[in-house]
Design a protein around this ligand. Structure first.
Ligand code: V0D
Length: 247
């Protein structure tokens, strides 16, 4: 693999014993990347998939246990139909090119979001990817798809109310029990949240799970996100943790 000087430097600087176990990423700025280059928006999304490919490889190499990628929010349905249609072709394209490598690398694909309300074609692609990697024990690659955090929390509340009525749970609901009713049941909370494209918001992403996460923002658009930036984020995260420990 070809490495830039900064990448080599970061590989030296990063403490392998303190890699964030769970990194979550809001992959923002694909449309703007394309428009600013005079390209159609879908060209940004297409390039965004390339960045997903590289980011997954790099996270896996660094020894990240869980990588969550925010691919499509419940609000994204409000985009023009042609753009939504194009986005909905991406999971299938992604698995067509990446599934052999994911299997070889022992990566397990997971989904976070309301899969039931995705087009059948997308549900099938995602289900096939999940099924093909279900017994893998390496990095968890978790796609947030048709995801909204408030909806997730309300769904948990309603399921808890039903469980309570049936006598499945007794006593007061604690944080651990509540977590088990979220889409992310069984996953650790993110240690590090990365958002690209200069926006400094959480935008209805993992509201409960991000309670104690370190936040890292870059003005770089997602298609230009790189191994070097992922490593910068990890390095920055490690500096913060060290300072926190000394307080
Ligand atoms: C476009 C940047 C991978 C964000 C990344 C349906 C916008 C590329 C997936 C994917 C998208 C999702 C689930 C899965 C496998 C792959 C993806 C969407 C958009 C929206 F199981 N990239 N990607 N999904 N983009």
């Amino acid at each position: 693999m070809h490495c830039t000087e900064r990448e080599k430097e970061l590989l030296q600087l990063i403490d392998r014993a303190k890699i964030p176990g769970h990194i979550a990423i809001i992959m923002d700025g694909n449309g703007r990347w394309a428009v600013e280059k005079g390209l159609p928006r879908q060209e940004g999304h297409r390039q965004g998939v390339e960045t997903v490919r590289e980011t997954v490889r790099c996270a896996d190499k660094l020894g990240v246990n869980t990588l969550t990628l925010f691919a499509f929010s419940t609000e994204n349905w409000q985009r023009p139909a042609w753009e939504v249609n194009y986005l909905m072709s991406l999971p299938e394209k992604y698995f067509h090119s990446e599934l052999p490598e994911l299997i070889r690398k022992n990566v397990q694909v997971r989904l976070t979001g309301d899969a039931a309300r995705l087009p059948r074609k997308v549900r099938k692609a995602v289900e096939d990817g999940r099924e093909a990697t279900r017994d893998n024990t390496g990095m968890i690659l978790n796609f947030a798809l048709n995801y909204g955090s408030r909806t997730e929390i309300l769904r948990a509340v309603n399921n808890l109310i039903n469980a309570k009525a049936k006598g499945v749970i007794k006593g007061e609901v604690d944080e651990k029990t509540f977590s088990e009713y979220l889409y992310t049941a069984g996953l650790p909370d993110p240690d590090l949240l990365i958002r690209t494209s200069g926006e400094k918001r959480i935008s209805n992403f993992l509201l409960w799970q991000l309670a104690y996460s370190e936040l890292w923002f870059t003005s770089v658009y997602w298609p230009d996100f790189s191994r070097a930036l992922l490593m910068e984020a990890v390095y920055d995260y490690q500096q913060r943790k060290r300072r926190f420990g000394k307080l």
